[in-house]
Design a protein around this ligand. Structure first.
Ligand code: ADP
Length: 596
């Protein structure tokens, strides 16, 4: 490690302004050899990323990557520095989801790497492309377990949680290492890739011309994968035979950026569709074919279900049981052949990229494709109408203090006027209610707890979304969920990002009214400080804080915040008795499950 620090190339301040970059490196690292232009590991990593249009790094500096971050910024890359690596990783992951290019996260060794690994695992689970680049200690010492500074076998630690993991040992292999990481992250089913860069590698020097030649610009990183004609025919035959067809859109469909084709398929067939939470907005939630407000009904009643970029995991009750009612036949469009039959038998798999598969289906539909019966669409419309009327009554109430519904009504009405705004959403009740109350109108604008149903993605996703889109972000957060990443408010303020965080503050996890079962002095495990003022946190960093106790105050604060484009936080005071255990996941709590 010491060699890196003492031999590190010059910091951006005194670096390559006057002389050429190669000459500067050469004269600092090898003053006696200034004739032969050199490059080094630091610059090769930067050049390899830039060559592949990867120009933003989300990270956190420290040994051995501080100079890498400085130099990257010096070379025109954007470096967004975080307060904790997990959130930098989450920002990179959501950037990958939004752009189809791997988001880059950079961390220090051992603990920094492990913090980033949580985000890498989450990215892999959600099929988001990202690359976690971590500095590491020297192989010789790590492998003999001789106790290096932050010693850890990071490559092996990453492997089970990443789609792929690579280590580069020689400067001349950096180009290939970065190319392999990019291709692994974005091709096929996207995922998280780990790239291990030992400190010594960064300081290695080599001839600059040879270094340049060693870089790889990845050609066709996401090749189209055309589905087989017979699989398309099989799917169309099954769809044609359906009496009660349903299309289920998942976040894989949103990721694929085949928005026009998907819309055309839905509208041409006239089949009702259900969006999974991050596919909301792929078609506007107000679309007349959306069966969102009749979800339980259509899942139970449909006879043929076409899954487009959605997995039959726990979020869809594994495709069986009470939720799914009578017998079903499934068509599944996915890029990963091993996803097929993962939970139930799939009658018609279509393996390919979603853009190509949907186009092939569209081409095969022709003009005589039978529309779903009026009986089926009429029954759905009736159920939707009934549920929406019931929801309207609940939403019209104005309890004091606010509850989840009245606060979300206020937010919904503001967001309706700004469909371009990115929405981040996490929590238990805050997530569940927001998903069904706040409509989305544009694709890839909703980012939430995802496949794991986790807490902690909030500020990382908000920062990633703001940086990538340049558009405002509204992060709708349960008070417990917000706590995992709250310190990143400083990051939001430092980079002056247009992020408005709304904390649904009901004094605790799920709610704030639980009592200590022993009658002792400590509060119950689910209870937080009562009446906390989260708005004061952002004021500490120069952002704007609001305290909202009514829907009117919430509306005013949100409108003001969006208009200002400034970092802000609204502490939305919610009735502490509102909220149910684990939101809608009550059945997953062992005690509740045992009672069933
Ligand atoms: P949701 O949580 O919205 O149901 P999932 O993350 O479970 O969605 O499913 C996404 C699916 O989409 C994954 O099985 C993944 O393999 C697939 N997928 C991702 N990108 C593509 C693509 N470009 N083409 C086809 N399938 C894709």
């Amino acid at each position: 490690m010491a060699s890196v620090l003492t031999q590190a190339p010059p910091a951006a301040d005194d670096a390559p302004k006057a002389k050429s970059r190669e000459a500067a490196i050469t004269s600092v690292l090898h003053p006696q050899e200034s004739a032969a232009p050199l490059t080094d590991g630091f610059h090769l990593v930067i050049d390899a990323l830039k060559l592949n249009d990867l120009n933003t790094i989300f990270g956190l500096v420290g040994i051995p990557i501080t100079d890498l971050a400085r130099l990257a910024q010096g070379e025109g890359m954007r470096f967004i520095g975080f307060r904790h690596e997990q959130h930098a990783g989450n920002a990179a992951a959501i950037a990958g989801y939004m752009t189809q290019k791997p988001g880059i996260c950079m961390t220090v060794s051992a603990p920094g790497f492990l913090n980033g690994l949580t985000a890498l695992a989450n990215a892999t689970t959600n099929c988001f492309p990202m690359i976690l680049i971590s500095g590491s200690s020297e192989r010789e010492i790590v492998d003999l377990q001789q106790g290096d500074y932050e010693e850890m076998d990071q490559l092996n630690a990453a492997k089970p949680y990443a789609k792929a993991a690579y280590r580069v040992l020689h400067a001349e292999d950096i180009g290939i290492g970065v190319a392999r990481a990019i291709r692994a992250a974005v091709s096929g089913r996207p995922g998280g890739v780990y790239l291990d860069l030992p400190a010594k590698l960064l300081a290695q020097t080599m001839d600059a011309a040879r270094g340049k030649q060693s870089l790889v610009k990845v050609v066709d990183a996401v090749p189209r994968q055309i589905p087989a004609a017979d699989s398309v025919r099989r799917a169309l035959d099954l769809l044609k035979s359906a009496k009660r067809p349903l299309i289920l859109l998942g976040k894989g469909a949103a990721y694929a950026q085949a928005d026009a084709e998907i819309r055309a398929l839905v509208e041409k067939t006239g089949i009702p569709y259900l969006p999974m939470s991050m596919a909301k907005g792929l078609l506007p939630d107000t679309h007349e074919q959306s069966a969102g407000a009749a979800r339980s009904f259509v899942l139970a009643e449909a006879d043929v279900v076409m899954l487009i970029g959605a997995r039959l995991n726990w979020l869809l009750s594994h495709g069986k049981g009470k939720t799914w009612g009578g017998p079903k036949q499934f068509i599944q469009l996915d890029i990963a052949p091993t996803e097929i039959d993962s939970n139930v038998a799939i009658a018609a798999p279509v393996i390919g990229d979603i853009g190509s598969s949907v186009s092939a289906l569209l081409a095969g539909i022709g003009s005589g494709f039978p529309k779903p019966s009026a009986e089926w669409t009429g029954a759905i419309a009736e159920r939707k109408d009934k549920n929406l009327k019931k929801m309207a009554v609940t939403l019209a109430q104005n309890p004091s203090p606010m509850n989840f519904h009245s606060a979300l009504r206020a937010i919904r009405d503001v967001l309706k006027t700004r469909p371009d705004i990115n929405v981040v959403n996490e929590g238990a009740n805050t997530l569940d209610y927001c998903r069904s109350i706040v409509d989305m109108y544009e694709p890839r604008k909703r980012f939430d707890s995802g496949t794991w149903g986790i807490m902690g993605i909030g500020m990382g996703y908000a920062i990633g979304a703001a940086v990538v889109s340049g558009k405002p972000v509204v992060a709708i957060e349960g008070d417990s969920a917000f706590g995992f990443s709250g310190m990143e408010l400083e990051t939001i303020c430092r980079y002056e990002l247009p992020v408005c965080t709304i904390v649904f503050n009901n004094n605790g996890v799920y709610r704030g009214t639980d009592v200590n079962l022993s009658g002792g002095k400590d509060v119950a495990p689910t209870v937080f400080v009562k009446g906390a003022r989260y708005d004061k946190m952002i004021e500490a960093f120069g952002g704007i804080g609001y305290n909202a106790t009514t829907p009117e105050e919430l509306t005013k604060a949100l409108l003001e915040s969006i208009a200002s484009g400034k970092p802000s936080l609204i502490n939305a005071v919610i009735d502490e008795a509102a909220g149910t255990e684990s939101g809608r996941l009550t059945n997953l709590n062992p005690q509740s499950a045992a009672k069933k």
